[in-house]
Design a protein around this ligand. Structure first.
Ligand SMILES: [Zn+2]
Length: 400
């Protein structure tokens, strides 16, 4: 048994350490497509429970897990970051940047419990090889409301930033929700301060760092860069729709992975010529590592035996070079801002929004996230992530 396959058992260990139950149906990687209209979110960890659970994890970790408050949401809820491991490579992970996309939060708690408590050689090797900083609930106000946006009405924005009085909000503010899509509020200029002249009107323009939340993540990113020289990896955990199928098959997408869309790849990302640290191949290697983790987990290295791997896909990433009429380009996403600063960034999109489908499949979806995250972390720990062929990422099926 290879070291890596032993490592992958960490994902299974992390799951058994949770109180989650998984039904036979939930183990089926190709369960039916349904919009279940499941507005209850009682199965998910809310902010108060998160506070309690992180304190327990830290207290029982014998110093392995350190929990910090990295900022406060606009409504005054703590934004936590938990750090585990002493390795000289750093993996930053966030969940619930969109407050109705909750699976990653459960997966990160399971991961922290395992890495905080396990004395197994695999856990020790991971802790020695990697430093993981996990932000399990990045948008606590949106999470409490079970919605995508945070809770920051424009008239309160203009009180905090008087220079914006008389201006219309940026495109990523929702008049209905009276809050922001936090995953458009980032800017690769890590010292940027909000200016009305820069109000973006579309997704190709960077965000303004208007929110407490985006600034709360920028600060530790900057600190980690100073401490380690660079932040090697960043994983951003999301949900997508429950009914997407891979092209020309009846296989539903279990999880879709992506590197940051930053304009035309074939043309060398000309919009971002001023960002020499951008390394899209690195991001593809990190995304591929997640896919390999999913292949190994439950399949013991045999993809056909994994209930998840058949549904692992590439996330929608339209490029003119591929025959599309436009380039997907999201300059204000956290993954874009960090990618432009040299971090290998990976987007996870698991099946189903938590408010219409996800809770019924919670066990399966948590396993998917764990397997992918451990797939990255274990390959960072043993260095093998550096020698993957990033082009192999394109072998994953697409669904659009
Ligand atoms: Zn999302």
């Amino acid at each position: 048994m290879s070291r890596r396959i032993v490592f992958s058992s960490l994902a299974a260990l992390a799951l058994t350490a949770t109180a989650l139950t998984t039904t036979a149906q939930a183990q089926d990687g190709n369960a039916d497509c349904r919009n279940l209209d499941d507005p209850s979110v009682t199965g998910w960890t809310d902010h108060e429970q998160l506070t309690q659970q992180l304190a327990l994890i830290e207290a029982s970790s014998a110093g392995r897990v350190q929990v910090d408050v990295i900022g406060e949401s606009h409504r005054g809820r703590e934004i936590y970051a938990a750090r585990v491991g002493t390795g000289d490579r750093v993996l930053l992970i966030t969940s619930e940047i969109h407050g109705n996309e909750k699976t990653g939060t459960e997966a990160l708690l399971a991961m922290l419990r395992t890495l905080g408590s396990s004395d197994s050689p695999e856990a020790q090797a991971l802790r020695e090889g990697v430093t993981i900083v996990a932000v399990p609930k990045f948008n606590p106000d949106g999470a409490e409301l079970n919605r995508r946006q945070n809770d920051f009405p424009w008239d309160e924005v203009t009180q905090v930033f008087p220079q914006f009085q008389g201006f219309d909000p940026p495109y990523y503010y929702s008049n209905g929700a009276r809050g922001f899509d936090l995953n458009r509020d980032f800017n690769a200029d890590l010292a940027y301060e909000p200016q009305p002249a820069d109000i973006p009107t579309d997704q190709t323009q960077p965000g303004l760092y208007l929110t407490n939340e985006s600034r709360a993540l920028r600060d530790p990113y900057v600190d980690l860069r100073a401490e380690f020289g660079e932040v090697d990896g960043y994983v951003d955990l999301h949900h997508m729709g429950p009914c997407s199928q891979q092209n020309d098959t009846d296989q539903y997408v279990t999880v879709a992975l992506d590197f940051p869309p930053l304009g035309s790849e074939a043309l060398g990302n000309p919009r971002y010529a001023d960002w020499p640290l951008l390394d899209q191949d690195k991001s593809r290697r990190y995304a591929l590592a997640a896919a390999l983790g999913l292949q190994e987990h439950a399949g013991q290295g045999n993809a056909d035996a994994s209930p998840f791997f058949g549904g692992v896909s590439r996330y929608t990433h339209q490029q003119i070079a591929d025959g599309y009429s436009f380039d997907r380009d999201f300059a204000g996403q956290a993954r874009s801002a960090f990618g432009l600063n040299g971090t290998g960034t990976v987007l996870f999109e698991v099946r189903g929004q938590s408010d219409d489908w996800g809770q019924k499949q919670l066990g399966q979806l948590v396993q998917v996230v764990l397997a992918g995250v451990f797939g990255i972390a274990e390959r960072m720990a043993d260095g093998s992530i550096d020698t993957l062929n990033g082009d192999d990422f394109y072998d994953l099926p697409k669904y659009w």
